[in-house]
Design a protein around this ligand. Structure first.
Ligand SMILES: C[S@@+](CC[C@H](N)C(=O)[O-])C[C@H]1O[C@@H](n2cnc3c(N)ncnc32)[C@H](O)[C@@H]1O
Length: 243
């Protein structure tokens, strides 16, 4: 399947994605919070879905802990990077598939215990339809872990985010590495800005606590826990249970 117009931005983003998020402290904090909140009694044989998996950062983190994971994304470039990492790490309990969550996609051969949807629901044309579809993959009591923006970032917060990435990167690789990392920061910042403002082609949703709780309720989920997360606490990380 050929990627369409609206998909190309994510294909482009794939070139910088790992370089950026490997060294972006708010994203690492989020990842740590998600892993810490994994139920200790979770059966390692459980099957997880990573919906909108990108380059597979979360999928790989989970697979390395022994869980079986299916990562889906519609960007072929993101998927290619995810698959390369999987090969390099020789993870047999992980598979990446091309799926468009805006369409009526299927994963018929799998029955999931938990779904992760990190930074992806807000990009859906119809988030309610996507959530209903995801709910259909879970049994009663199955969990959905999500992180979505709840407000706009101020320019100062964006600046601080970019600065923290540059600081981490140069600390790790020496001051001259700024020549490499500064263009990445500018590219990621610009692409993010474009995605947020492409009103005609792509919708960028934000939900405050009550709004996301109501949306989840209308799709058969009950929020189990919820906390502010990510850059300047501009996102809500939550776990919801299918009733
Ligand atoms: C901000 S990235 C998040 C990636 C990953 N979850 C993470 O936290 O690193 C958003 C991802 O959603 C994917 N995406 C956007 N719209 C999608 C759709 N309709 N179907 C499947 N994936 C989609 C993009 O290709 C991109 O990889």
């Amino acid at each position: 399947m050929k990627n369409g117009r609206g998909y190309r931005l994510w294909d482009l983003m794939a070139f910088f994605y790992d370089q950026f998020f490997k060294r972006f402290p708010p994203y690492q904090k989020l990842q740590k919070e998600i892993i810490e909140n994994l139920n200790n009694s979770q059966n390692p044989a459980d099957l997880f879905l990573d919906a909108g998996c990108g380059t597979g950062i979360m999928s790989i983190e989970l697979a390395e802990r022994g869980y079986f994971v299916v990562g889906v994304d519609r960007s072929l470039e993101m998927l290619e990077r995810a698959r390369n990492k999987k090969e390099r790490k020789r993870l047999d309990n992980l598979i990446f598939l091309e799926r468009d969550l805006n369409n009526d996609f299927n994963l018929p051969e799998y029955s999931f215990n938990k779904i992760f949807m990190i930074h992806s629901l807000y990009l859906m044309n119809d988030p309610k339809a996507a959530l209903q579809k995801l709910a259909s993959f879970l049994p009663q009591g199955g969990e959905l872990v999500m992180c979505n923006p709840c407000r706009r970032l101020t320019f100062k917060e964006l600046w601080n985010g970019g600065y923290s990435f540059i600081r981490e990167s140069t600390r790790e690789n020496g001051i001259l590495s700024i020549l490499f990392f500064l263009p990445i920061t500018l590219a990621m910042g610009t692409l993010n800005f474009v995605i947020q403002h492409r009103k005609k082609k792509q919708i960028f949703h934000r939900w405050e606590e009550k709004e996301i709780s109501d949306l989840l309720k209308s799709c058969g989920f009950q929020v189990k826990w919820l906390e502010e997360s990510c850059l300047a606490n501009s996102h809500l990380l939550l776990c919801a249970v299918k009733g």
